[in-house]
Design a protein around this ligand. Sequence first.
Ligand code: PEP
Length: 256
Amino acid sequence: MSRDHPIIVGNWKMNKSLEEAKSFVEGLVPKLEESDVVLLAVPFTLIKPSVDASAGSVLKIGAQNMNDASKGAFTGEVAALMLKEVGASFVLLGHSERRKYFGESNEFIHKKLLRAFKDRIDPILCIGETLDEREKGHTEGVLDSQLAEALEGVKNLRKLKIAYEPVWAIGTGETATPDIAQEAHHFIRQWLNGKYGEEVSSKLLLLYGGSVTEETCKTLLGEEDIDGLLIGGASLSLDSFVKIVHDSRYAKRDVS
Ligand code: PEP
């Protein structure tokens, strides 16, 4: 995956029945082009049926969470190798809803990241500040510690992608302005540059997430450091998601 072509990731959260998932994927697949980079993070129970429904297409199916252990007495948890066994190729880690409702710490997310690397499932690390942190001027400090703690001791970023998702923008209808999003993305890229060097940081895909819609997708992607989008609410409607995928194809070219 290169930075030239936007990556569009849907996050269904805890939504959709088996039938709804199948008909969504069957409706989406024919609308995709070979060069599209489109991923869907679906509930655990929908991974296998979504993988089956998208067989032979460019669509990639992934999970929204996983445990850091390889297996064992962790009731209710799911391991990376289990996800891979049913066809998941990527996993979201550290989504703000996991941090907020399930108390996930940077330390736990760090362990999951190591597990994802070890068991070779591609992680998308989610980071972002709350409204209170932004208003107090702590945005960069929060991003710095989320990155530093998640990536502690990590020498090789492999296929890591990072999603900047300001908590105040997730599910609120309040999309970050392109300027605000770009500023945070630039900070993240510079941070990566400082730790891993230009060669790595210039290639790493940075996604923006937070109330992205058909109306806002193109201008966000027009920003230099925004390589893709992570989309929650608007990924639940096939029409909206397809429109975002279509509009994103030439977003960089159209805006510049
Ligand atoms: C998300 O869940 O990652 C997300 C960005 O949600 P929404 O698009 O609904 O704000």
